[in-house]
Design a protein around this ligand. Structure first.
Ligand code: CMC
Length: 391
């Protein structure tokens, strides 16, 4: 068929042209639409960054207000969706619940499927940005047996999300500025990362002109895996395990290096970053600040720092250019904010939502062809068919 070479894992294959995120893995540079991630994390709000990623420019105050108003307008989720949520066992992983509910949203919003004009796209975009935080909060509340409800539209996007997640029957929740700011920053750091596994999935599914919500649902499933977004949950579980085992980081380092042992140091290594992950640098600093601000003492932070120090001096990790990635410290902050470990990857999904949307929109506006890689066939050549009775 003319195909003679393959690139497993697409390590060296560009799948598209994109004007959204610039990434230099050797120098540890990450920019959204030309803006340094460090500046955005420090000075912008998550919804501003979402607008920037999706529409390509920083919004004026009027544009941002309108964007937020349009989102607020659509935060209602059809009551019947609660019946679907009801059908899940409490033990269901929130990522499975989220991908299913995001898919189910299509049925309740059929106009979001055929989106040929920019206006149709905009309408689908504000709807999902509005409903996704509700679904994320509901996935959590269902898990812990709390009543499903809405937040308070007069609050900012992130603050409102925290309220939806944690509010008690009297409406109270922890709205401490440190908590809101830290979550805002984490979501910004997760908002896009060019053609990673989940984003490529969203673009691939969307390239068949599948609607936005269904494409996003596929992206959520891709993100769930422990080699991708699921790593943030896996990191904390690993650090806990090391703690329970007596805190011997060296022992786990040896396991990670042993090629006969499937154990990997979760939160280490990256397909593109070969020097450092700029997001990890920001998050590490932020973890120290958040824990100090909230007066939280988390012994796994010391284990994380110990592991990092040891890995940075170990020739196995140095030779393979394995450094802490974004997920290494993010779980420690999530924990300090009161977010349970099984929700970590769902938080990543909430942050990545604008990136997925921006990439899907770009793909559609550029009228990219359907994604359809080729293969090198290595199976049998033509052989004679044996009827069932003779086999
Ligand atoms: N612990 C131990 N060894 C590792 C690790 C690790 N975390 N990561 C890579 N290696 C080794 C790997 O065994 C291989 O060694 P060798 O050359 O001797 O066979 C070499 O380093 C190259 O690894 P690779 O698996 O070929 O690299 P990749 O680009 O295919 O994988 C990765 C990248 C992120 C999947 C991988 O580093 C990994 O599994 N890390 C742990 C999971 C993790 O933290 N994932 C989050 C990634 S960042 C956020 C996100 O993408 O969502």
């Amino acid at each position: 068929n003319g195909i003679t070479t393959i690139d497993p894992g697409y390590k060296n294959t560009g799948s598209c042209e994109s004007a959204i995120t610039f990434l230099n893995g050797e120098k540890g540079v990450l920019r959204y639409r030309g803006y340094a991630i460090e500046d955005l994390a420090e000075q912008a709000e998550f919804l501003e960054v979402a607008y920037l990623l999706i529409f390509g420019k920083l919004p004026s105050k009027t544009e941002l207000d309108k964007f937020h108003d349009d989102i607020k307008e659509h935060s209602h989720v059809d009551e019947d969706l609660k019946k679907i949520l009801d059908g899940f066992p409490k033990s269901a992983h929130p990522m499975g619940v989220l991908s299913s509910l995001t898919s189910a949203l299509v049925a309740f919003n059929p106009s979001s499927v055929n989106v040929d004009s920019e206006e149709d796209m905009y309408n689908a975009i504000v709807r999902i940005l509005a409903k996704f935080p509700v679904l994320t909060a509901w996935a959590y509340r269902k898990r812990v047996g709390r009543p499903l409800d809405y937040g308070d539209d007069s609050l900012g996007y992130v603050d409102n999300f925290l309220k939806m997640m944690f509010k008690k029957p009297n409406g109270e929740y922890n709205s401490n500025k440190t908590v809101v700011d830290a979550l805002d920053k984490l979501l910004i750091l997760h908002a896009d990362h060019e053609q990673n596994c989940s984003t490529s999935t969203v673009r691939m599914v969307g390239s068949a002109h599948t609607g936005l919500f269904a494409s996003l649902s596929a992206g959520i499933n891709a993100l769930w895996g422990p080699l991708h977004g699921g790593a943030n949950q896996a990191v904390i579980e690993m650090l806990e395990k090391i703690k329970e085992d007596g805190g011997d980081t060296h022992k786990f380092m040896q396991k990670a290096k042993d090629k006969n042992d499937p154990f990997r140091l979760m939160g280490f290594g990256h397909r593109v970053y070969k020097n450092f992950d700029p997001r990890a640098k920001i998050i590490k600093k932020s973890a120290d600040e958040v824990l100090a601000d909230l007066g939280v003492q988390d012994p796994v932070l010391d284990i994380a720092k110990g592991l990092e120090k040891e890995a940075l001096e170990d020739s196995y990790f140095v030779d393979r250019k394995l450094y802490p990635n974004v997920d290494f410290y993010s779980g420690i902050i999530y924990r300090a904010l009161g977010i349970p470990v099984e929700m970590f990857t769902a938080m990543f999904a909430l942050g990545r939502l604008p990136g997925w949307i921006a990439q899907w929109r770009e793909m559609r506006l550029r009228k990219e062809p359907i994604g359809r890689p080729r293969q090198v066939y290595i199976g049998e050549t033509l052989r004679d068919f044996t009827p069932l009775k003779d086999r």
